[in-house]
Design a protein around this ligand. Structure first.
Ligand SMILES: [Zn+2]
Length: 249
């Protein structure tokens, strides 16, 4: 039973990943995520359902549009696969329940925000609004199941506060978009895990930043978006944040 649920969750995650691809592609272009239906970005041919089976269609079509043979980025199936795997691991760690839903929603929103930041170095306010709204729904669910929710509100205030402080003292070393991302993370993770997340994002940012500069991909003057590091740190925190805290304390 356990493994069947695991497979269902994995496939569900892949399908959601396919939707996240649409969001990541369309939101920066100010397009609706619901209309028009999926089409080739090169020849605009409307895609049939069998062109839209996540991962499998990509393999069958060998990464090319059925109609114009335009190359389709391998990023789409990879992101679908990663989303499926993350959903599977959330299920393995937390089982099926509110916590699963909460972290699945959280990680999905973070993937969209992080990838758009990576592509455009911008954070779109509508993605932040969705994050805040979703966090409020889960806060209410926590509240009505008798949990204290003040810790999550402190988490949001702390995440946003630390980033605001850094932005002000470094005069724009980071953007206000990063502050908004950390606000959403704080509301989902709570105070202690937000601390772990921030700590990890600075470490990941420093390590990847140094690698990018040493390898010549970026120069010291280039802007490297911080959002993707926050997203990576958040995903790690969901899975092992509590272990890191226990180990540290
Ligand atoms: Zn095409």
């Amino acid at each position: 039973m356990y493994i069947y649920f695991g497979i269902i969750v994995f496939v569900f995650g892949i399908v959601i990943g396919s939707f996240l691809n649409v969001c990541i592609y369309r939101i920066p272009k100010q397009q609706s995520i619901a209309y028009p239906p999926s089409h080739c970005t090169s020849c605009s041919s409307k895609l049939k359902w069998y062109d839209l089976v996540p991962i499998l269609s990509y393999i069958i079509l060998k990464g090319k549009c059925r109609y114009c043979k335009h190359n389709i980025s391998i990023r789409y199936p990879i992101l679908e696969l990663i989303t499926g795997l993350l959903y599977f691991f959330i299920y393995v760690k937390f089982g099926i329940g509110i916590v699963f839903m909460k972290y699945a929603v959280f990680i999905s929103i973070m993937i969209v925000i992080g990838m758009i930041d990576f592509d455009t170095t911008d954070v779109y306010f509508k993605t932040i609004i969705v994050g805040i709204a979703a966090s409020i729904i889960f806060l209410l669910l926590h509240y009505y199941s008798g949990e204290f929710i003040i810790d999550y509100i402190y988490g949001g205030i702390f995440g946003a506060g630390i980033l605001s402080f850094i932005i002000v003292i470094t005069k724009g070393g980071m953007g206000w978009g990063d502050m908004e991302i950390c606000l959403v993370c704080g509301l989902f993770l709570g105070l202690k895990l937000t601390l772990v997340m921030l700590f990890l994002s600075f470490i990941i940012g420093a390590v990847i930043g140094i690698i990018l500069i040493l390898s010549g991909v970026k120069s010291r003057k280039d802007y490297i978006p911080f959002g993707p590091f926050v997203v990576m740190a958040s995903v790690i925190t969901v899975f092992v944040g509590q272990n890191i805290l226990n180990w540290y304390l």
